[in-house]
Design a protein around this ligand. Structure first.
Ligand SMILES: *Cc1c(COP(=O)(O)O)cnc(C)c1O
Length: 370
């Protein structure tokens, strides 16, 4: 069972009986003689602590190899190295702002072309495939609009056209979904979020199920050098041990919160796909988001997700700052939208804090002030 695997992930198997993994800080490894190696030479290439995390993670995802990187963006960059000028990648329309920024840069600088398509519509995706199309890059739950995309049709489509399917599974985690087992080629995460889970480690991880692809990415990983440090690798192992508990609890809190918000007068739209702890709310225009954020006492106005604490984010000027305003408006990422990463606190505290802040956020209209 997944829960047991997670709780007991990567138990040490050395002679000491130690339960927790040692952290190997050494960057260099001594050799007995020419041509001899313990398997470890230099930490950028391979580090024992990072290796334990990568092996355990690959098993969790149903892949052959994982590559732990210094951030989620470094994972996305690692994967981008598979493509060359003129290649086309079809990207789900409503995605993480930092990914959009990187893709825009790669298009301008290196001529890799990214086309943003509405993946809710498989016909639109199919129509966009050309002989230059090499991959589909999909966030299964769109950000910040929280629309869940059905992936199965894309695995079939990708197989027909020999495309790589790349899934950014940050929101779902391997606890809720393992796309490699369903047909994806590459799964990546910002491990800064649910996998680390405590807002104290910046990391990413890429996992593949094909040996040839694993070999290529392994070379890039070593060559580029944005590999994960031993301490951060350890922190990810520690985070994984409670992944199931944290995801279950934040999901339960989010489900309750989403249904409570349906009945609040200040809320125009509740955007929640029914899974994960992530949801967005569109407030009515007469409510001040600035006031709401200032009044919060339990919830935190901070820009990340997937931690134990409930965070509120304002995508318009935070996660999606680099998206042109017209583009944001076209996608419905407007100035009344907030995104919440619901944490694992007592549900009542989350609800009460939000409601008290919302009540104070209603702007006094000129009609009421005489
Ligand atoms: C945060 C995030 C990233 C980027 O990860 P970092 O660890 O911040 O570099 C990529 N994709 C998604 C969906 C994210 O939420």
């Amino acid at each position: 069972m997944k829960e047991t695997t997670l709780a007991q992930i990567a138990l040490t198997q050395d002679d000491t009986g130690a339960i927790a993994n040692p952290i190997y800080l050494s960057t260099a490894y001594q050799h007995e003689g020419l041509g001899l190696s313990t398997g470890f030479d230099y930490t950028r290439t391979k580090n024992p602590t990072r290796q334990v995390f990568e092996d355990a993670f690959a098993r969790l995802e149903g892949g052959v190899a994982s590559f732990a990187t210094a951030s989620g963006m470094a994972s996305i960059q690692l994967v981008c190295n598979l493509f060359k000028p003129g290649d086309e990648i079809l990207v789900s329309f409503d995605l993480y702002g930092g990914t959009f920024r990187l893709f825009e840069f790669y298009e301008a600088q290196y001529g890799i072309r990214f086309h943003y398509i509405d993946f809710e519509n498989p016909d639109a995706v199919k129509a966009a495939i050309t002989p230059q199309t090499k991959a589909l890059f999909i966030e299964p739950i769109s950000n910040p609009l929280m629309i869940e995309i059905e992936l199965a049709p894309y695995y079939t489509l990708a197989a027909q056209h020999k495309l790589l399917t790349i899934i950014d599974n940050t929101f779902l985690t391997p606890y809720l979904s393992t796309p490699l087992l369903d047909g994806a080629d590459i799964v990546l995460h910002s491990a800064t979020k649910y996998i680390g889970g405590h807002n104290d480690v910046l990391a990413g991880v890429v996992t593949v199920k094909d040996e040839a692809l694993a070999e290529k990415l392994g070379q890039f990983h070593n060559m580029i050098g944005a590999t994960l440090s031993p301490i951060d690798s350890y922190l990810l192992l520690r985070g994984l041990k409670t992944l199931h508990l944290r995801v279950e609890r934040s999901q339960e809190n989010a489900r309750r919160f989403a249904s409570a918000c349906e009945n609040l007068t200040g809320i125009q739209d509740v955007l929640y796909c029914g899974r994960t702890g992530m949801l967005s709310l569109r407030l009515k225009p007469e409510y001040s988001i600035d006031q709401l954020l200032r009044q919060l006492k339990v919830l935190r106005f901070a820009e990340s997700l997937g931690g134990t604490e409930t965070f509120v984010t304002f995508p318009y000027t935070q996660t999606h700052i680099d998206m042109p305003d017209e583009e944001k408006d076209r996608r419905g990422i407007d100035q009344h939208l907030i995104r919440l990463s619901i944490g694992i606190e007592a549900y009542e505290d989350i609800e009460q804090d939000f409601i008290q802040a919302l009540e104070k956020a209603k702007e006094v209209s000129t009609d009421d002030t005489f």
